[in-house]
Design a protein around this ligand. Structure first.
Ligand code: FES
Ligand SMILES: [Fe+2]
Length: 463
């Protein structure tokens, strides 16, 4: 695209703040959509038939994140995972592997397990049928009363399960699923430097949100809503220099952080620096993990002149990078392998179809969106955080909490930023019902929403 006054201003803002964008990612101006690509039918978010098609043809054969490994650390630990109307059970095996089964008893259809827990065997509470941890039948009371099925016939029905970087993935397609490594493809080398397998879950809240699962996840696929929805972040990130990259089924965006939005380009170093610390401390206190406190600000305080400019060569963003490094040294975090931009910026991924990761060196944020079994206007949202373990930190034990949305305690638990997003998506879903609206008009800034729908369409093709 030829340069315009607007694009020149974006480039100039990047230059002023000396940001270095990773190779291969593109600004929205280089990703303009055709008229056809920019139109997105609202039926995709509203029709029960559409939801049913996704439940039948997408979720039944796609890899999806079920949980973190640390949620089921010991043999016999198990966790229930639901997607749409399907129920699965993740079980840590005696050899350390994780296996996944349909969480249903072949006798009369009861759920085998009702939640997270630990047991040496899997026993249905209704009539006592019982399986080993690997899903093989162990015992049926009064076994002689069943004559037309062998023990093999009555094992738990297994689905594909694999792990990467501490994430446990499942795929109901079972043996037909492509290998997880191939599915993840280009994501793997991008995320490896963060060593998420060494990070630990510090919070996990699940709540119901009154919007379609795609509306929910799409709220996290672009940054151009920041000035409107998150006025508290305009001193901290530059939405206009956010860049995008498609990675097979998945995609990425990289968000310059520790610098102001282009709409606040005259903001001083002092304002950026203080906003960063305020946000940093507020977010850290959201988790109940007992992991070490953030470094005391007085230990790493820049000097400002009368205009609020940092004295010396570094601007606020560069100073904050050094601060992050220093904090990492104090805490004993392993940042080897990360570029200096990764100490400050947000490296943002979608594990297609429904799992967003905001990777940061010292605080990884994750959002998962899951469809309701029958209602296109409802979904389940999981909000999770990971933190690296410092050399003096004991591993935290965190359990999933089910919480009610839209009340004050929820706001306190998930934090202001996510609360702002979750409040807004409810209005989006209501708006989508307008009789005047047949389709949305995506801009190039919404490119990841187009990529998401194109990929879903691949799964629904020929249906
Ligand atoms: S339904 Fe499970 S033992 Fe009867
Ligand atoms: Fe947001």
């Amino acid at each position: 695209m030829t340069s315009t006054p607007e694009t020149q201003q974006i480039d100039q803002h990047a230059e002023e703040w000396r940001i270095r964008k990773p190779e291969g990612l593109l600004l929205p101006k280089d990703l303009l959509l055709s008229a056809e690509q920019s139109r997105l039918s609202v039926d995709r978010y509203l029709l029960p038939e559409r939801l049913e098609a996704e439940n039948q043809h997408l979720w039944s054969r796609v890899w999806q994140v079920a949980c973190r490994e640390e949620s089921i650390p010991e043999p016999g630990d198990h966790l229930r995972y639901t997607i749409a109307d399907q129920e699965f059970l993740l079980v840590r095996q005696r050899d350390g592997d994780v296996r996944a089964f349909y969480n249903v008893c072949p006798h009369r259809g009861n759920l085998v397990e009702r939640g997270a827990g630990h047991s040496e065997e899997l026993r249905c509470a209704y009539h006592g049928w019982c399986w080993r941890l690997d899903g093989r039948l162990q015992e049926i009371p009064d076994r002689y009363l069943i004559t037309d099925a062998t023990d093999d016939d009555l094992g738990l029905s297994e689905i594909a399960c694999d792990r990467w970087a501490g994430y446990v993935f499942v795929n109901p397609a079972g043996a037909a699923a492509e290998p997880l490594g191939e599915y993840l493809g280009g994501l793997v080398p991008r995320l490896e430097p963060f060593h998420m397998e060494r990070q630990r879950l510090v919070s996990w809240q699940t709540t119901e949100v009154a919007c379609n699962w795609k509306v929910l996840i799409e709220a996290f696929l672009e940054t151009f809503h920041v000035p409107g929805i998150h006025p508290n972040l305009v001193t901290l990130l530059d939405e206009a220099n956010t860049v995008f990259e498609r990675l097979g089924h998945h995609h990425r965006m990289w968000i310059p952080y520790g610098m102001p939005s282009i709409h606040f380009r005259d903001t001083s170093d002092r304002k950026v620096y203080e906003s960063f610390l305020e946000q940093h401390f507020r977010e850290r206190h959201l988790d109940q993990s007992g992991l070490s406190e953030p470094m005391d600000p007085s230990q790493w305080e820049p000097q400002f002149d009368d205009q609020g400019t940092i004295v010396g060569d570094r601007n606020a963003r560069e100073y904050l990078i050094e601060r992050q490094k220093a904090e990492g040294r104090v805490k004993g975090y392993d940042y080897s392998g990360l570029g200096k931009e990764q100490l400050i910026d947000i490296d943002h991924y979608l594990f297609f179809p429904n799992f967003v990761i905001l990777a940061k060196a010292d605080d990884t944020f994750m959002i998962r969106s899951r469809p309701h079994p029958t209602d296109p206007d409802r979904s389940l949202a999981d909000v999770m955080r990971l933190r690296p373990l410092g050399s003096a930190d004991p591993p935290p034990q965190v359990r999933q909490q089910h919480v009610e949305a839209n009340n004050e305690s929820y706001l306190k638990q998930i934090g202001e930023v996510i609360y702002q997003d979750f409040s807004n998506v409810v209005d989006v879903q209501r708006g989508l019902h307008a009789n005047s609206l047949s389709h949305l008009t995506l801009s190039a800034n919404d490119i990841r929403i187009r990529w998401l729908h194109d990929e879903i369409d691949e799964y629904l093709r020929d249906v």
